[in-house]
Design a protein around this ligand. Structure first.
Ligand SMILES: [Zn+2]
Ligand SMILES: [Zn+2]
Length: 215
């Protein structure tokens, strides 16, 4: 396996940071990129009376045949087992051919989720496939979008993107996509909320966990 931050070949020894090194038990392909540790996951739209955050260990892997998988648990073994289970689901879903049944949900950055195995994929849709075309040159784009005053969404390609805000909407949504995906099946109930409020992040996490989500 390879360490996400350093790219170094770590064999089967996963560094869980606060917990220390852990020998992975499942036969992950050697090209699997991994990041692991502990963190707190904040649930922005928590139902009244239920907790707004929880602490967890996590193991995040980018194995061949699946773009991003996160396993959580109270022990490192649980994390690996959860991630491995999702990975097997993803592999069986595509029958080894790497074809998932992608749906973009409400996301505009080209990412999608498989309707069958729920795996997350970055860059599985082009701008043209999503019907998003640059306001200037007409090229399909997933690079940038913004709401105009009359509530229509304006898209820009990388070349015609002009930084007018302090935040970066694209990356914000990318993070949101990942976080949404890692919540698994439970997020179905909340999807309407998320769609109606673009800036509401359903869950957020520590910067240490989220800072690798740059495109
Ligand atoms: Zn799938
Ligand atoms: Zn353009």
């Amino acid at each position: 396996m390879k360490d996400l931050m350093t790219g170094a070949d770590i064999g089967t020894t996963v560094n869980f940071r606060t917990v220390g090194p852990y020998e992975a038990r499942h036969p992950w392909p050697t090209e699997t990129v991994v990041s692991a540790g502990g963190g707190r996951v904040f649930i922005r739209n928590a139902k009244p009376g239920s907790p707004t955050s929880y602490g967890t260990l996590f193991m995040e892997v980018y194995p061949p045949g699946a773009a991003f998988i996160r396993g959580e648990g109270s022990t490192v073994e649980e994390c690996e087992n959860a991630a491995w289970g999702k990975y097997q689901l993803a592999l069986n879903c595509t029958d080894g051919r790497s074809v998932h049944d992608w749906e973009p949900r409400e996301y505009k950055n080209g990412a999608g989720f498989c309707t069958r195995c729920k795996t997350f994929g970055a860059d599985v849709f082009t701008g043209a496939q999503l019907g998003q075309f640059c306001d200037v040159c007409g090229e399909g784009t997933t690079y940038d979008w913004d709401m105009s005053s009359d509530k229509t969404t304006i898209f820009h390609c990388k070349k015609h993107f002009v930084q007018t805000r302090n935040d970066t909407t694209s990356n914000q949504n990318f993070l949101e996509t990942i976080l949404n995906g890692m919540l698994g099946d439970d997020d179905n109930d909340d999807r309407d909320d998320l769609a109606s409020d673009k800036n509401s992040t359903e869950a957020s996490t520590t910067p240490a966990e989220g800072d690798k989500n740059d495109e």
